[in-house]
Design a protein around this ligand. Structure first.
Ligand SMILES: Cc1cc2nc3c(=O)[nH]c(=O)nc-3n(C[C@H](O)[C@H](O)[C@H](O)COP(=O)(O)OP(=O)(O)OC[C@H]3O[C@@H](n4cnc5c(N)ncnc54)[C@H](O)[C@@H]3O)c2cc1C
Length: 426
């Protein structure tokens, strides 16, 4: 059966394990020692590493990488189903070796790295022995890569990088930074002389690269190939965001549904008020529309490529931002005053909605991609009227029945009345 919405039993057993593992191991770690899974502190590592080992033992580590790129090769559809669980828990992606920004950087290395580059950076990244960041956006503008000016100049056996980058997530903590220059993608160890990290913003760093020298073999992929590598990187990242958003909106929905059954107002439980029912019904439909769009896109990637799925990935990106905005707002609103506090996950989820519409490309740019690509499948209509202009279509269709209409006055009258739009009961 081609259109089968079920999950094969073996993988469902894995998902059930992940669900239980996240609830009993990952969430408690998140609640009591937030950040421990990312930390290099030996005490934090002693807590998080055994969890990561359990994931490896189940064969679920770095699930985003295909087999030929060094991962288990489960594909994007299975990753989507997994991320529907992981996205609920803050540190689950890192416990499963699927956390941004390392995932996208690993995809680039796996696809474009030489054997030596893979040995030096990919495998240590996969094992979380090192962490990475991605420096693309520049202060003067992020949406339009033609505004970027960071450049590398060849000098003997080295490249010399000059430029300024903005909003490099986790740049201050990364061991290596993938720096997108106008003439290539470079791997820059953060400690290299000339890498200067500004004090603000704290999490997404503003970095100046002044005469930063890296050996020639730190160029990743071909010279002038940065845009191709960036597309490869960002395509994967965007669909992963959307997968995890499905988890977030399901969490918001669960919180909302439990609450409306638990409180009363004006003589009935809140769930019986029609406007609350509308919020539940709309959220249910929107979450499932997003989920099916994401699963269909993941399936398309598995059956073609990230590149061939660009239109769908772009649609996932702005749709997940929209559904996150709508559903988290409804859930927060239905929780009343409690929703406005940080005592449930909802306020942070709602605050993250605008971010989702900007990170990895603003909504407008993705909508342009979708509209442009979709319109490639259409042609302008040849004359004055659209193809579906009914009088012209009817005139054309009449030709099919010309002999019949000529021979039978009743049918001719029927067809004439239809043409004039005055068809009574016959
Ligand atoms: C949480 C987060 C993490 C990020 N992490 C990284 C990272 O690790 N590395 C990195 O390099 N970058 C990162 N970014 C930066 C991100 O890629 C940029 O913010 C994004 O590309 C938009 O660029 P900008 O912020 O300069 O906004 P601008 O390009 O200035 O856009 C601002 C607004 O202008 C309008 N606009 C822009 N272009 C168009 C258009 N074509 N059509 C219509 N309207 C338009 C839109 O309203 C848009 O929201 C991150 C951003 C966020 C929010």
């Amino acid at each position: 059966m081609a259109w089968d919405f079920s999950t094969e039993p073996e993988f469902q057993a894995q998902l059930d394990w992940v669900d239980e593992f996240c609830r009993t191991e990952v969430e408690p770690l998140d609640l009591v020692f937030p950040g421990a899974a990312y930390s290099r502190n030996p005490k934090a590592k002693a807590l998080a590493d055994p969890l990561k080992q359990q994931v490896k033992d189940r064969g679920l580590w770095a699930l985003f990488l295909d087999r030929d790129l060094g991962g288990p090769g489960f594909g994007q559809l299975k990753l989507a189903l997994l991320n529907e669980i992981l996205g609920r828990y803050r540190s689950a992606p890192v416990v499963f070796g699927t956390a941004a920004p390392d995932t996208g950087n690993m995809e680039m290395l796996a696809a474009y790295g030489t054997d030596q580059q893979k040995r030096r950076w990919l495998y240590p990244l996969m094992n979380q022995e090192i962490f990475s960041a991605y420096s693309m956006t520049e202060p003067q503008g992020g949406s339009d890569p033609s505004l970027f000016s960071t450049r590398a100049t060849r000098d003997g056996d080295e490249w010399v990088i000059n430029g300024e980058k903005w909003f490099t997530s986790a740049g201050a903590h990364a061991d290596i930074i993938f720096v997108m220059c106008v003439n290539g993608m470079f791997v820059v160890p953060r400690q290299t002389a000339g890498v200067e990290i500004a004090e603000f913003p704290a999490l997404h760093n503003h970095i100046r690269y002044t005469n930063v020298r890296v050996p020639a073999d730190h160029l990743l992929g071909p010279e002038d190939g940065a845009k191709v590598l960036a597309q490869r990187r960002l395509g994967g990242g965007r669909i992963h965001h959307a997968m995890r958003t499905v988890a977030q909106v399901k969490l918001a929905f669960d919180i909302m549904c439990e609450r409306v059954l638990s409180r009363e107002s004006h003589g009935k439980v809140i769930a019986e008020h029609q406007m609350v029912q509308e919020a539940i019904a709309d959220s249910y439909a929107e979450i499932n529309m997003l989920r099916l769009l994401v699963l269909w896109t993941a399936w398309t990637i598995d059956n073609s490529s990230t590149r061939e799925s660009r239109t769908q990935i772009a649609a996932c990106k702005y749709t997940c931002a929209k559904v996150l905005r709508e559903v988290s707002y409804r859930a927060l609103h239905i929780m009343g005053s409690l929703g406005t506090t940080d005592l449930t996950p909802l306020q942070a989820m709602w605050a993250a909605a605008p971010t989702m519409a900007i990170a990895d490309g603003v909504d407008e740019v993705h909508k342009v991609t979708v509209a442009r690509n979709v319109l490639k499948g259409y042609q302008p209509h040849p004359g004055l009227w659209p193809t579906e202009y009914l009088p012209a279509k009817r005139e054309e269709a009449r030709k099919k029945y010309a002999d019949l209409i000529a021979a039978d006055p009743d049918l001719a009258a029927w067809a004439d009345a239809a043409a004039r739009g005055r068809l009574g009961r016959r």
